[in-house]
Design a binder for this molecule. Sequence first.
Ligand SMILES: Nc1nc2c(c(=O)[nH]1)N[C@H]1C(S)=C(S)[C@@H](COP(=O)(O)O)O[C@H]1N2
Ligand SMILES: [Mo]
Length: 335
Amino acid sequence: MAGRRTNLGLFALLLAALATGTAAYATGTPAAARVVVAAHAVVGLALLILSPAKSVIVRRGLRRPRAGKADSIAFGVLILLTLATGMAHAAGWVAIGGLRLLLFHVGAALLAIPLGVRHVSTRPVTPRQTDWSRRTLLKAGGVLGGGGIAVVATERIVTAGGLPGAQRRQTGSHEAGTGNPEQMPVTQWIADAVPAIDPADYRLRLAVAGATTTFTLAQLRRPGDPVTATLDCTGGWFAEQEWAGTRLDRLVGDPGDARSVAVRSATGYTRRFPLRDLPHLLLATDVAGGPLSAGHGAPLRLVAPGRRGFWWVKWVTDVTVDDRPWWLQPPFPLQ
Ligand SMILES: Nc1nc2c(c(=O)[nH]1)N[C@H]1C(S)=C(S)[C@@H](COP(=O)(O)O)O[C@H]1N2
Ligand SMILES: [Mo]
């Protein structure tokens, strides 16, 4: 069957795109993000390089009556949409009608997964011994190399054309509201909503090895620990701000043999950190010299330098230090 190697190549590239895309969302530090995001771009453009060969296979397939044809077409359309939104984001287009472009990128990719599973299970291609020939490996290398060249070339075009994509951070995010929190988007991960919290009634509950202490806002609002850190949302924007409040390790004191620290919001949104993060975590009451707004987490939000935005829990009411392993949680929040 002609085209089976193209199909195998596409399948491998789709898996690689999913893996590098997921890794890109999990990476917060610029050095690591640069590698992961570059790999994601190379894989994406390599998919595009194989698309002319695939269109020949598709045209042939469309002429034949086959089971699950509609699903396969939908799968192809979603993959094209994922590629188009990814490339548009890289060029500098950040939102459609107030919705972040990356939401469409990730949304189309996630919708494509069940259709892709159906597509490849109704049209299985089994790798053969001969697929590992020198010639196919050279071709595979050529496709990846072509993807790499295409990435460098498009970056040059974006820079030379003065497109906003040239100013992106290593994570791929676009700058929004640095030094000016009012210009910074208010973002919830999935479906959280901004709660109204009366600062007079507010209490932080801190539990260390089962012993609970409570703090009023007045006890926490000591902008004595300024931290300059970049909030980098997986929605595709970032902002550097000067945050101030109380370092969490000051409140915790001796954590004993605890292994992790869980930070929970008034709305139930929770992230758990390895204990080694403790010296870097800030419970912020202030940003850019003024109090936090409700949307940005008032009266208290977590600042977690080097971690992506979804770790920066807003409206913090509970901090628990205990011996549960930090990785005993979904890799991305579900709320
Ligand atoms: N309680 C709570 N905290 C949260 C979220 C949320 O949905 N609920 N979203 C996170 C995400 S995804 C990001 S990017 C940042 C956004 O912070 P901002 O709204 O102050 O810009 O908050 C994080 N903290
Ligand atoms: Mo985010």
